[in-house]
Design a binder for this molecule. Sequence first.
Ligand code: HEM
Length: 455
Amino acid sequence: MPVDLKNDQPLAWDSATLDPDTKAMLDNLQANILRAHVREHLSVLFVRFNNAREGRRFLRGLARRVKSARKHLAEVRDFNLSGKRGTPYVGVGMSKAGYRDLGHSAEEVQKFTDVVFHDGMKQRVAVVNDPPADQWEHAYQRDIHAVILIGDARPEPVARLRREIIAELPRSARVLGEETGRGMHNAAGEGIEHFGYVDGRSQPLFLKDEVDKEPKEHWDPFLPLENILLQDPLAPNPVAHHGSYFVFRKLEQDVRAFQQIERDLADELGLVGADRERAGAMLFGRFRDGTPLTDKPLPAGGPVSNDFSFDADPGSKCPFSSHIRKSNPRSFGREVLMVRRGQTYGVRTDDPTDDSPPENRPSTGVGLLFMSFNGELSKQFEFTQEKWANAPDFQVPGTGHDPVIGQGERDIKVTFPKVWGQPELSSPIPQVAQTITMKGGEYFFMPSLAYLRGL
Ligand code: HEM
């Protein structure tokens, strides 16, 4: 029986009664899609093949290193039981140009039905208000054929695999560009992004063991597999071989400007003492430590909650414009949610968790390698960026852009609640400036292992 991607029950992947097609799906699906793979140290290679036969041979060989979802899930289970360390992650994605130049016919490539994938990221700048492609970093201006991700908890296995994989590339191929990701943490050990906020907490979950662990009084993180999986149209047996559309975007963060904005906003609103933390929290929708602003007026410490909704908050606690309320309104739009698998990049000489002033913070050279898996790019990643983050009137007219990731003209004035949970609003003030710059990226498809082996 084909795998039911619409199944409304989380996947009990370890069950003895798992049907053969679902087993085949997990054996052929790449890791890091259904469940996040550790990637504290991450190397991302962007490759171009100049000879179709040699490129195919390379990818066929690379398949032996690409970890399957089932192997990854078993490794996580074993690590939780016995502390046994898992193996490094290797994943591979192909762009539309990659499929075409590796010799797939136009008819074959047409089997991918996502128009955004067919266009590629350069053709979509006007839709999502990205900078023109000729302003992107050089590597991303080229026609990238494949992306290779190598990740692990420790640097050595990543460095070794990177060397080996580059050595295996045919002489006709080129590494057009490379990114290095490195996890950052706060004192509580939670992963943070460069502005200093806990990131990666709210994710759609698909697996029974992960869903069971979450309290679900206000928010159920379970989503059907179709949110991120689709049949791999070029695999030998698409009903059992699946893949996912993969978004890669290099987003530079001007940390100095953002932290100045947090201070200016706190001054503007007359916030004093611990309440000053609320300025930044109103931009994100969570405090730095991850506490949801709709739940608490101050950071709370302890485990980072994800069991909340905005139903009882008319915007007097968490503004409608805040990053998490824009990108997941929670009371609707579940089908838009994608899984995020990003990693921070860039070396800091300051300590991102201390309270030193903005002038000690970097303004270039650091940011987020934004990565996400999608079932359909136009309805998930692009929809979020275009129709929610970049749309000043989404949910409430005049609420403004997403202050973290919104792109485009920001010429309107906006208001903020003066006191947490009280209706009184500040006088209108100009929207905060854009502090994130897209430096380049591409849309890829992460094919099934069966496809790669059959090349
Ligand atoms: C959540 C930061 C880019 C979509 C979050 C959170 C932070 C954050 C701190 C809250 C933690 C969590 O709930 O996991 C950033 C930064 C970005 C960035 C610094 C850029 C440098 C993006 C982009 C998108 C996006 C480009 C999509 C267009 C989301 C979504 C959530 C989220 C869907 C989860 C919301 C929820 O379910 O409550 N981000 N983000 N983010 N972000 Fe971003």
